[in-house]
Design a protein around this ligand. Structure first.
Ligand SMILES: Cc1cc2nc3c(=O)[nH]c(=O)nc-3n(C[C@H](O)[C@H](O)[C@H](O)COP(=O)(O)O)c2cc1C
Length: 331
């Protein structure tokens, strides 16, 4: 335990404080000449329910300090998951932070930003000295909120919230000398989640007699088409499906695939046939339904956290696959 405040290493102290997860807010006000000001702040906290009060603290060195100190009102915006760029913009000095932003009307003049998880319009009630910061306490005079997942800040990085999950199974574990599956084994969780989701697609797969290999090939071609046999094989290599001449011929014979219009000969490139398109549309319709039901059950916040973790996992385990989706700026 560090006990002599005068010798605290500031970076280490900040790092220790950063273990306290917070949301991210932008606090706005309007200068007397009408100029809007705003700052990213994670020092926000609730104070009182009756009367409704909140607080946040501002560095005494902030350029906006004078405006906040003299404003009768300010607005706190709890940023949503999609507002990381906005947070960065309001954390940088020296640019017009409001350029191009659509604002809502606020009864007391301070700018009201859009797309936030919640917004609080506050009357500035008290200001306290807090070391190198000033603590602002405000009385909430109006607020709104919506289901957008909030952005979090933890250990100096943006993060997403996820509730603690209930145990998957309550069965006692058999003692198989280290060979038993535990429910915390990532491989088990991923595999089970995958198969439980795929289970919802099986009726459409069966109706069109699609194997998992057919499904993978058609899904791939519905994102990127046409593809040569070698490209298809490269994209699918990690699934355990070998897109070889035999699989290609079978899919052609079953009229799931067709040669692209400018195909040079028997070697492709290949695209989805009309029948294949019908089959994949039926599977995707069930997948969309299953996803909607899943998101309704998890809630938007969990769903956003799940997407985020799965993206981490995909990047961390990527065997170097060719890119599937073109970046929006690519020709
Ligand atoms: C996630 C995050 C949280 C922040 N929280 C605060 C805060 O609570 N108080 C503060 O004074 N600055 C905070 N900052 C830094 C300010 O946003 C930054 O210094 C800003 O440029 C100040 O604006 P100004 O100099 O235009 O007033 C935070 C920055 C980030 C990225």
């Amino acid at each position: 335990m560090q006990t002599a405040p005068s010798s605290f290493d500031p970076r280490d102290f900040r790092r220790a404080l950063g273990t306290f997860a917070t949301g991210v807010t932008i606090v706005t006000a309007r200068a007397q000449d009408g100029t809007p000001v705003g700052i990213t702040a994670n020092s926000f906290n609730s104070v009182s329910l009756q009367p409704p009060m909140v607080l946040w603290s501002l560095a005494n060195t902030a350029r906006t300090r004078e405006v906040f100190s003299t404003s009768s009102h300010w607005n706190v915006h709890i940023l949503s998951n999609a507002q990381e760029q906005l947070s960065n913009r309001f954390a940088r000095a020296g640019e017009d932070k409001f350029a191009g932003l659509a604002l809502d009307e606020s009864a007391f003049g301070a700018p009201l930003l859009r797309g936030c998880s919640a917004r609080f319009e506050c009357r500035s009630a008290f200001q306290y000295e807090g070391g190198d910061h000033t603590i602002f306490v405000g009385e909430v005079v109006a607020y709104d909120s919506c289901a957008l997942p909030p952005l979090l800040y933890l250990t100096g990085e943006y993060a997403l919230a996820s509730r603690k999950a209930a145990p998957v199974s309550t069965e006692p574990q058999a003692d198989l000398a280290g060979a038993s599956y535990s429910e915390d084994l990532l491989g088990y969780l991923l595999g089970r989640a995958h198969f439980q989701f795929m289970h919802h697609l099986r009726p459409a797969l069966q109706a069109y007699q699609l194997s998992d290999a057919d499904f993978f090939v058609l899904s791939l071609l519905s994102v990127r088409s046409p593809l040569s046999q070698a490209d298809l094989a490269a994209h699918l290599s990690y699934t355990g499906v070998h897109f070889d001449a035999a699989l290609c011929q079978t899919m052609l014979a079953r009229q799931l695939l067709a040669a692209a219009p400018d195909a040079a000969g028997q070697a492709g490139p290949w695209q989805i046939s009309a029948h294949g398109r019908q089959a994949i549309a039926a599977v995707l319709a069930l997948a969309t339904q299953a996803e909607e039901a899943l998101v309704a059950r998890l809630g938007e916040i969990e769903a956003a956290a799940l997407r985020n973790l799965l993206k981490h996992l995909i990047l961390a385990t990527d065997p170097g696959l060719p890119k599937l989706w073109r970046s929006p700026s690519a020709p």
